[in-house]
Design a protein around this ligand. Structure first.
Ligand SMILES: [Zn+2]
Ligand SMILES: [Zn+2]
Length: 147
């Protein structure tokens, strides 16, 4: 017996190009084809174990994650993302998009950067998304975690 379709190849996910977005109807009409390609690739990668918290693109807002991280939807009290447990309040995110870009977290309650695993993930995903956005038109090397 011969399998007619091969399983989704991990190798295929590693190289993202604008053409890849053509296979994802959800993002078919999006103007930025490179962003659409990475959105689609991260959707698939999530099914394969990529943590939603370290995505560089946002499934809900369909943009680079640093562009919508200040949205209240990205405050996750349960997991501690954009949340200061010391003060029980929202952590503010300051993003400077101008190349090379910068992302800083700040809590208006205690006045220090909230250094928790969850908030480090917020920083990491925003910094990665900033550099991905500035990556230009070239194909983006995208690593799918092995798990
Ligand atoms: Zn978002
Ligand atoms: Zn605080």
């Amino acid at each position: 017996m011969v399998l007619s379709t091969s399983p989704r190849s991990r190798a295929h996910l590693r190289l993202v190009s604008p053409a890849d977005a053509g296979t994802a109807p959800r993002y078919g009409g999006d103007a930025d084809r490179r962003l659409a390609a990475i959105l689609a690739a991260e959707d698939v990668a999530e099914e394969h174990g990529l943590s939603a918290h370290i995505r560089t693109t946002c499934y809900v807002h369909r943009c680079w994650v640093h562009q919508c991280i200040s949205d209240p939807l990205h405050v996750l009290v349960v997991t501690g993302h954009r949340w200061c447990r010391r003060c029980d309040r929202t952590v503010e995110v300051e993003v400077d998009e101008a190349a090379p870009g910068s992302v800083e977290l700040h809590c208006d309650g205690c006045g220090v950067p909230p250094d928790t695993v969850a908030n480090r993930e917020v920083l990491q995903s925003c910094r990665t998304s900033l550099s991905a956005m500035h990556g230009g038109e070239a194909s983006t090397l995208y690593v799918v975690p092995d798990s």
